[in-house]
Design a protein around this ligand. Structure first.
Ligand code: ZN
Length: 239
């Protein structure tokens, strides 16, 4: 085919590769996720935590070295090990199913049939596209199907899924699905309000914006129930 005298060629391999790289960049910068499951490999836990920390330490030392930092400096020399421990034992410990909170179910003896709202649960996560923090509040509600869990367990479920490289939409759905499973009910609401440091400290440098994501299912799909939940959440600590 001719256009203004020049032929329209099929794109070269390099052009295709450039386009792909551009698309991958865009996915990261727009914070799109591909699935509700955290994309883990089958062999994710084939090596134990101790070996993971050793390897991360080695590679993080290399990154610091490449950046030109003097790793013999007293202040810096322990950093690779500290980062490795922090990744495996703290901020990404929620990748390992062995760290999933064990939850005991109790009978709803008080026959409390209204919604239970646990609000202002602080969580710290990390954006999987930039590996910088996401800091937010989770508001969670459920209506008992006859079973209840200890209140602190709701916080622990939120923390567990937050301690992964995340996108906020996936975190929201993972928390909701886990609570539905645990509580044996569809009547669950999860609302997250979070600040992304990749938006505030870099990129568009917007310090004021926050991102809200929500998941409503069962009775929370009904307008009245959802409004009641939103009313409790908006009381902002005065309830
Ligand atoms: Zn990001």
């Amino acid at each position: 085919m001719k256009l203004n005298g020049t032929s329209l060629n099929t794109p070269s391999i390099k052009e295709i590769t450039d386009l792909r790289a551009l698309a991958i960049d865009e996915v990261g910068d727009e914070h799109l996720s591909t699935s509700y499951e955290t994309p883990l490999r089958e062999d994710a836990f084939a090596i134990d935590d101790e070996l993971k920390m050793e390897l991360i330490e080695k590679h993080f030392r290399e990154i610091m070295h490449i950046m030109g930092l003097d790793l013999t400096d007293d202040s810096l020399k322990g950093t690779p090990r500290r980062v490795a421990k922090m990744y495996v034992q703290e901020i990404f410990s929620g990748l390992n199913p062995a760290n999933k909170p064990k939850v005991a179910l109790f009978d709803n003896k008080y026959k409390y049939n209204e919604m239970l709202v646990e609000k202002d649960i602080t969580f710290y996560s990390n954006c999987e596209h930039h590996f910088v923090p996401i800091i937010g509040k989770a508001h969670v509600a459920y209506i008992s199907s006859g079973k209840v869990i200890g209140l602190s367990k709701i916080n622990r479920v939120v923390q567990y899924f937050a301690r992964r490289p995340q996108v906020q939409e996936r975190l929201t759905v993972q928390i909701a699905n886990e609570l539905k499973d645990m509580l044996q009910t569809e009547d669950v609401a999860v609302l997250l309000d979070a600040k992304h440091l990749c938006v505030s400290s870099r990129g568009v440098n917007d310090v004021a914006s926050s991102t809200i994501t929500a998941h409503y299912s069962g009775k929370f799909s009904e307008e009245n129930t959802r409004q009641e939940f939103l009313k409790y959440v908006q009381l902002g600590g005065q309830a």
